[in-house]
Write a protein that binds this ligand. Structure first.
Ligand SMILES: [Zn+2]
Length: 359
């Protein structure tokens, strides 16, 4: 009991200090809000790229719905500290038009316990630092990744050795796993960001001194500044050739191992002879690396066998046509009859002509 009370008191004190620092920094920044400040109801807002940004909520309702539009413009952003210090708000509905939430937008909204999106959850929601920390909502989250929609805001509980940003995650907030919020003695050794992750904020893993390997997929197109600042100097970034992460590693002087994400779709054979069994070289369409040698009967897509006159039939023409519509053929079949590096209608025509000529 006693220690809980003490911790709550301490957290409150820390929050107040943060609030004071934030207020001071906002004043120092001399925000140009005054110049273009607009108001509708309890919302102050300003123009932003592609819509408007809420700069301040001035109401005192327990249930607040941020509208999808203001003056006909989509609400795309909630600015830094827009709801900060609001002690009355308990339930918040966010618009599906939302694209970003600024630093400390809900700072010290201690009674905020419920958050929903009005229509659908934004596919990628960019988020600044310290979003929803120290709110009732945060306290109620289960241990592990803390997610708002698809945006990872941080981690609760004992840090893992390997942090996996799984298929639920599309974005990671600024500083989400930095040592400011996750103790650097946490023994976090590796992070993995899979194919769903698109946006990484700034300093996401900063100060994690034991972090020595990271995998970022080529789905990640935005990487904020200093993501790995203060991590192990031996940190190895694993990614795919040509990815944004590979370019990022070069700019930030991070050791990087980029491998080709082999595209197995295309099979090259210098002189394929339709209806003949032959050996082709399976090459990657990206790096041209030789993946394998394959033996195939060009044209027998439905796989009845190797006697060309009997086994390349109308079904094969149809199979190729179906492939062009929905790509439902298995790998390992030679499709590019034209030898021009792509499978298209001309290939269907070639196969059709072959079919006609054998009769
Ligand atoms: Zn390749």
């Amino acid at each position: 009991m006693k220690s809980t009370k003490l911790r709550t008191g301490l957290r409150r004190w820390v929050s107040l200090v943060i609030a004071a620092v934030l207020a001071a920094s906002l004043l120092c920044m001399g925000q140009p809000v005054v110049a273009q400040g607009l108001t509708q109801g309890d919302f102050q807002y300003q123009l932003a790229d592609d819509g408007v940004e809420i700069t301040r909520y001035t109401g005192d309702s327990a249930k607040v719905t941020v509208p999808e539009t203001l003056e006909g413009q989509p609400v795309v952003g909630i600015g830094p500290a827009a709801f900060a210090l609001n002690q009355t708000i308990e339930e918040l509905t966010l618009p599906s038009t939302l694209e970003y939430i600024g630093d400390s937008a809900f700072l010290l909204c201690e009674n905020l316990s419920r958050i929903e999106f009005s229509q659908s959850t934004p596919q990628v929601l960019q988020a600044g630092e310290s979003i929803l920390r120290n709110t009732a909502w945060w306290e109620a989250q289960p241990e592990g990744l803390v997610l708002l929609g698809g945006t990872a805001l941080g981690w609760k509980g004992k840090a893992p050795i390997t942090l996996v940003l799984d298929g639920r995650v599309t974005a990671v907030a600024d500083q989400a796993f930095s040592s400011n919020y996750l103790p650097s003695a946490s023994n976090l050794l590796r992070v993995e960001a899979g194919d769903s992750v698109q946006w990484l904020g700034s300093r996401v893993f900063a100060g994690q001194s034991s972090l020595n390997s990271a995998f970022l997929s080529d789905s990640v197109t935005h990487l904020g500044e200093g993501i790995f600042s203060g991590c192990s100097p031996d940190l190895l970034l694993e990614t795919y050739l040509g990815s944004a992460a590979e370019a990022y590693a070069q700019i930030w002087g991070i050791r990087c191992e980029a491998v080709c994400r082999h595209d197995y779709r295309w099979y090259y054979n210098p002189q394929p002879v339709l209806g003949q069994v032959s050996t082709g070289i399976l090459r990657c369409a990206n790096c041209q690396e030789e993946i394998d040698q394959i033996t195939f009967l060009t044209g027998d897509l439905t796989g009845e066998g190797c006697a060309p006159d009997e086994n390349i039939d109308l079904l094969d023409v149809m199979a190729l046509a179906r492939y062009l519509v929905n790509e439902n053929l298995p790998e390992g079949i030679y499709l590019d009859y034209q030898g021009d590096g792509c499978v298209d209608v001309l290939d269907v025509m070639t196969l059709t002509q072959y079919r006609l000529s054998v009769f």
